[in-house]
Design a protein around this ligand. Structure first.
Ligand SMILES: [Zn+2]
Length: 164
């Protein structure tokens, strides 16, 4: 994705108040992120670990979504897939992240829950080449398909939060 600034991030949120956006903690490695290998920027708030943020670069500029993780973390048995990367190899936890819907709907208390990798490593996950075999003779092509899938499903998720 294209690099975005801290200011752009803070003004990108469709389901957070200005004060919530002002209080967020940027990712620790923000100045050294490898934007080339990212389809979106997503991270957990280091000071408020139950809070996460996901920012995509859309046609109208960056769109950010604030997310809340469940108290108590993930269930131990990793039987669910992340709905964004759908990575089957990752051993990382997947959490039911909840987003307040944008606009009036969100102010009325409506939310949307989605299973996403606990630490939002989806962009890394989809870039891991699967072992070549008869089903996947071309691992690099598989990676490209995985990236396309991640981008499409993330855009759909953002649209659903936005209510469009
Ligand atoms: Zn994921």
């Amino acid at each position: 994705m294209q690099k975005i600034t801290a200011q752009q991030i803070r003004s990108s949120f469709i389901n957070a108040s200005r004060s919530e956006a002002a209080k967020l903690t940027l990712p620790k490695s923000f100045d050294t992120l490898d934007w080339e290998t990212m389809d979106f920027l997503a991270w957990r708030d280091a000071k408020m670990p139950l809070r996460g943020y996901l920012v995509v670069q859309g046609p109208k500029g960056p769109t950010g979504i604030m997310l809340r993780a469940p108290e108590g973390g993930a269930k131990k048995n990793r039987s669910v897939l992340c709905e964004l990367c759908r990575d089957v190899f990752s051993k990382d936890d997947v959490l039911l992240w909840v987003a307040k819907r944008a606009g009036q709907s969100g102010r009325n208390g409506n939310t949307l829950g989605t299973l996403i990798c606990a630490d939002f490593l989806c962009c890394r996950n989809v870039r891991v080449e699967p072992p070549a075999n008869e089903i996947n003779p071309d691992p690099a092509a598989v990676v490209l398909r995985q990236i396309d899938g991640l981008v499409a499903r993330t855009a759909q998720f953002v649209d659903r939060v936005q209510g469009s």
